[in-house]
Write a protein that binds this ligand. Structure first.
Ligand code: FAD
Length: 396
C-alpha cells in the first residue's frame, strides 16, 4: 500500500505549469471577472495551449492520456486562484465531454473531442430541471421520435456554461411510461440550433462562471446524436456522476489551500496589540484546524481518484464502492471547505469582507459545493446505502 501521497515528477510539472498560468494570466483578471460576472472569453483556448482541456482523454482525441488523479490536480490548481472558473472548466471537461467520450459514437468523438481539447468547443451538461433537482429521475423534458429526428421540449436549470456553450449534452424522457428506464442522453450544438434559448441566472457566489436556465422548444436533434443508446440514459448519468464528484472535489480543495495560504501570510503580516495576529492562540487554533481540514480533504479526494484510475471500466453508480467513495469525497471536501473559508474570512477581519481580498471570493464560492453535483443530504444517502448493502466488504 503506497501511502506517501507524493506527486510524481510529471504531476509536479502539471501543477507548476497550471499554477504559473493561473497566477500570471488568471489572477489579474479575477476581480473584474467576478464583479462583472463574466468568464474571461479566452479561458478554454488558454487551457488548450497548456494541454489540460482533456486530461483523462486518450491522445487519439487530442487529450493528455492521463487519469482522474491528474484531472483532479488540474482543477485543484486552477481553484487556488478561482473556484468558480475551476467549476466552469470541470463542467465542460468532466460533466460534458468526458461523458460523451465514454458513451458517444466513435466517428463523432473523433471529430468533436480534438476541438474540445483545443478549447474551440465549450461544453455543458443538463440534468437539473425546475421541478427535478435531487430527484433527477423525475425529469419532464421530452424527446419524441419523428422519422430520423427527435423533437425536444422542456427546460433545464442551473446549467453551468449554458450561455457560452458550443456543445450541450442533456437528458430527456424518450419513453415516459418506463420511468428511469425511459431516459436517453443527447448532444447538440446550441449556437447552431433553433428551438434553444438561455437566460442567465444571477448568483451571489461562483460569479464569472456562467449559469443558465435553458428552454427547448421543438428543438430538432438527429437520431445519431443519441449518446449511449435509446433509453440507456440512466447508465450514462449514474456512471458519470462518480468521476464528476471526485474530480469536482478539486475545486473545493484548491480554494481550501488558498484560504490557508492567504491566512498564514495575513496572520504573519497583520499587527494588532503590537504583535502579529499569528501570535494569538485563537488565530493559531483556526490555522491548525484549516490545515487538518485541507490535509484530510486531500486524502479523501486523491484516494478516491486513484481508486477510480485503477478500475478497468471506471464505472460507478448504485452497488459500487466508487459510488460511496465519490460521494464521500465531495461531501467531506465541501463541508470542510465551507468551514475553512469562514475561518479565512475571520482571520482577515474587515478586509476579509471586502471584494479586493480573494478570501471573500473563496468564501462565497465554497458553499456551492454543499449543493451542486448532488447535495450533502443526497451524498449521505448514497454513502449509507452503499455501506448497508448486503455484499459490502470493501476495505473502505
Ligand atoms: C451554481 C450551480 C451550478 C450548477 N450546475 C449544474 C449543471 O451544470 N448541470 C446540472 O444539471 N445541474 C447543475 N446544478 C444543479 C444542482 O445539481 C442542483 O441544484 C442540486 O442537485 C440540488 O437540486 P435542487 O437545487 O433542485 O434542490 P432540491 O432537490 O429541491 O433540494 C432542496 C433541499 O432538499 C433536500 N433534499 C431533497 N431530497 C432529499 C431527500 N430525499 N432526503 C433529504 N433531503 C433531501 C436537499 O438536500 C436540499 O437541501 C447547479 C446548481 C448550482 C447552484
Amino acid at each position: 500500500m503506497a501511502l506517501d501521497f507524493e506527486l510524481t515528477d510529471e504531476q509536479k510539472m502539471i501543477e507548476d505549469t497550471v499554477y504559473r498560468w493561473a497566477v500570471d494570466w488568471l489572477e489579474p483578471k479575477m476581480e473584474h471577472a467576478y464583479e462583472s460576472d463574466e468568464m474571461p472569453p479566452d479561458l478554454f483556448k488558454e487551457l488548450g495551449k497548456l494541454g489540460v482541456n482533456g486530461v483523462a482523454y486518450e491522445e487519439a482525441y487530442g487529450g493528455a492520456g492521463l487519469g482522474y488523479v491528474e484531472t483532479l490536480l488540474v482543477y485543484e490548481t486552477i481553484a487556488r486562484v478561482s473556484n468558480a472558473l475551476a467549476m466552469t472548466v470541470c463542467a465542460s471537461q468532466s460533466l460534458c465531454f468526458d461523458n460523451f467520450r465514454r458513451h458517444g459514437q466513435e466517428k463523432q468523438k473523433q471529430e468533436l473531442l480534438p476541438e474540445a481539447c483545443e478549447g474551440r468547443l465549450i461544453g455543458c451538461l443538463g440534468i437539473t430541471e425546475p421541478n427535478a433537482g435531487s430527484d433527477a429521475m423525475n425529469i419532464s423534458t421530452r424527446a419524441e421520435k419523428r422519422g430520423d429526428r427527435f423533437i425536444v421540449n422542456g427546460s433545464k436549470t442551473f446549467i453551468t456554461n449554458a450561455s457560452v456553450a458550443d456543445f450541450m449534452m442533456f437528458y430527456a424522457k424518450t419513453a415516459p411510461q418506463k420511468g428511469p428506464r425511459g431516459i436517453s442522453a443527447f448532444w447538440f450544438k446550441p449556437k447552431e440550433s433553433k428551438g434553444f434559448s438561455c437566460e442567465k441566472i444571477k448568483k451571489w457566489g461562483m460569479k464569472s462562471s456562467p449559469t443558465g436556465l435553458v428552454t427547448f422548444e421543438d428543438l430538432e436533434i438527429p437520431e445519431e446524436n443519441l449518446v449511449g443508446g435509446l433509453n440507456e440514459g440512466v447508465n450514462v448519468l449514474t456512471s458519470g456522476l462518480c468521476t464528476e464528484r471526485i474530480t469536482i472535489s478539486g475545486c473545493s480543495l484548491g480554494s481550501q489551500r488558498s484560504c490557508l495560504e492567504l491566512s498564514l501570510k495575513y496572520a504573519k503580516e497583520r499587527v494588532q496589540f503590537g504583535k502579529p495576529i499569528a501570535s494569538f492562540q485563537m488565530i493559531q487554533e483556526k490555522l491548525a484546524n484549516m490545515y487538518c481540514g485541507y490535509k484530510a480533504s486531500r486524502w479523501m479526494a486523491y484516494s478516491a481518484a486513484a481508486y477510480c484510475d485503477k478500475l478497468a471500466n471506471k464505472r460507478g453508480g448504485k452497488g459500487t464502492d466508487l459510488d460511496r467513495m465519490a460521494a464521500a469525497s465531495l461531501l467531506f471536501c465541501s463541508e470542510t471547505g465551507t468551514k475553512i473559508a469562514l475561518d479565512a474570512v475571520q482571520i482577515h477581519g474587515g478586509y476579509g469582507y471586502c471584494t479586493e481580498y480573494p478570501v471573500s471570493r473563496h468564501f462565497l464560492d465554497q458553499k456551492l459545493w454543499e449543493i451542486g453535483a448532488g447535495t450533502s443530504e443526497i451524498r449521505r444517502i448514497i454513502i449509507a446505502r452503499e455501506l448497508l448493502r448486503d455484499e459490502f466488504r470493501s476495505g473502505y
